[in-house]
Design a binder for this molecule. Structure first.
Ligand code: ZN
Length: 406
């Protein structure tokens, strides 16, 4: 079987296991499908002849592929087990279609089509075989394409007796709901020199900058009163919440910002006659700007307390993840080697500052600089997510080249 066939077979096997994460479940993993997938990967690695495989109850799976090449760097690769819940079907039915420039029918029963008109990025993939879902779910190339790449790598290294250094693979749960698995990963179990995530992005994409991300939770307790006797008594927490939100207006919103601009995103408002709360996501690439955003919110809270002295107003600020590049320091070798691997495989590099986070953002907080490279897929978190096979194969080629170069 050629590499393309092996990758495709594995991909189809992995997406067939439903593993949506569940933001409302605080357990790790947040869903049993993720453990089921980790168990399958564990068994497949054992069957390949690897013995040093640990599947933790929290669904973190770590595989050590012992090296047989002296003086090679110890490499780590990470992929996530969960698919995102955006209100689509949790069950994924993948299909392989050839794109020939005409609108493609993803689902005849429900009349779901994809075309260049709505998805111009398809234009790059004429005459290619492409994985799609049936239009009712995500495809799950995010991140099962990466899982297929890493499992194929493990298989090829052992079956072709390729010389390589020590390699650690980590498959982690719950990336989509706050990088929970990567946060729980103990680096003692993952003693690597150069580390990479494989996640998202079209062919050639490299990410070594992500947002600094945090959240703010404003809680307000007012004073209730019957409207007939409310004058100078009633303190309406909903109006204080509105006051707070209005003061975020000129500070950047997701719908008004792009590239390296940061923002405040008001994600939730709750209120009644007695209490109100507002949740805000805080994002900025630059650490100083990020810190300034947090102090702005603190200052705003102090101002609101002054303006509404009878209300009880509190804010809680939580850091979620860091910009990966902050962990890079002066040792840029992991990144240099990644660009070299792209060059060696004739894939033009496209570096983007990602307006989000990857598992690497959580690892960089622990001091492990972890850049990301592409799976080859497009339209994550959408029913129109797709994975062109040549790009998928190229993702594998980059991983393999990094191993050869180590
Ligand atoms: Zn992902």
């Amino acid at each position: 079987m050629n590499i393309e066939q092996i990758l495709c077979d594995r991909f189809q096997r992995y997406v067939a296991i439903s593993s949506q994460s569940d933001a409302n479940n605080q357990e790790l993993p947040s869903s049993s499908g993720q453990y089921q997938l980790a168990q399958l990967l564990h068994d497949e690695l054992k069957n390949l002849g690897y013995n040093n495989i640990t599947l933790h109850p929290n669904s973190i799976l770590i595989a050590h592929l012992p090296g047989n090449k002296p003086n090679a760097k110890t490499l780590g690769f990470i992929a996530h087990l969960d698919t995102v819940d955006v209100g689509l079907s949790p069950n994924i039915t993948s299909q392989l279609l050839t794109y020939n420039g005409k609108p493609l029918c993803l689902n005849a029963d429900q009349q779901i089509y994809i075309s260049e008109q709505t998805h111009p990025e398809l234009a790059k993939y004429h005459h290619q075989d492409i994985f799609f879902s049936d239009g009712t779910s995500v495809l799950g190339a995010d991140d099962k394409a990466a899982i297929a790449v890493l499992m194929t790598l493990a298989e090829q290294l052992i079956t072709t007796k390729t010389p390589h250094g020590d390699i650690y693979l980590a498959f982690v749960p719950d990336e989509e709901i706050g990088l929970r698995g990567a946060k729980a990963l103990d680096l003692k179990d993952f003693p690597v020199e150069h580390c990479y995530t494989i996640d998202c992005c079209e062919r050639g994409e490299v990410i070594y900058e992500t947002f600094n991300a945090g959240s703010a939770q404003l809680s307000i307790t007012g004073i209730t009163a019957h409207p007939m006797s409310a004058k100078n008594v009633l303190v309406n927490p909903n109006l204080i919440a509105a006051d707070f939100i209005s003061m975020l207006n000129d500070m950047g919103k997701p719908e008004q910002t792009a590239e390296r601009e940061g923002y405040f995103w008001v994600t939730d408002i709750n209120g009644n006659q007695n209490t109100a709360s507002v949740s805000v996501a805080i994002r900025d690439f630059d650490q100083e700007h990020y810190n300034a955003r947090k102090s702005y919110l603190t200052t705003l809270t102090a101002f609101l307390r002054h303006k509404h002295p009878k209300a009880d107003i509190n804010i809680t600020l939580t850091d979620i993840y860091n910009n990966i590049s902050q962990a890079m320091g002066s040792d840029t070798e992991a990144l240099t080697r990644l660009y070299q691997a792209l060059e060696n495989t004739n894939i033009p590099a496209k570096t983007i500052a990602m307006r989000g986070g990857t598992d690497g953002s959580a690892l960089s907080v622990k001091g492990l600089f972890t850049p990301n490279f592409f799976t080859g897929a497009h339209n994550f978190h959408s029913a129109f997510e797709f994975l062109p096979i040549p790009s998928f194969v190229d993702s594998y080629r980059v991983a393999k080249t990094l191993v050869d170069m180590a």
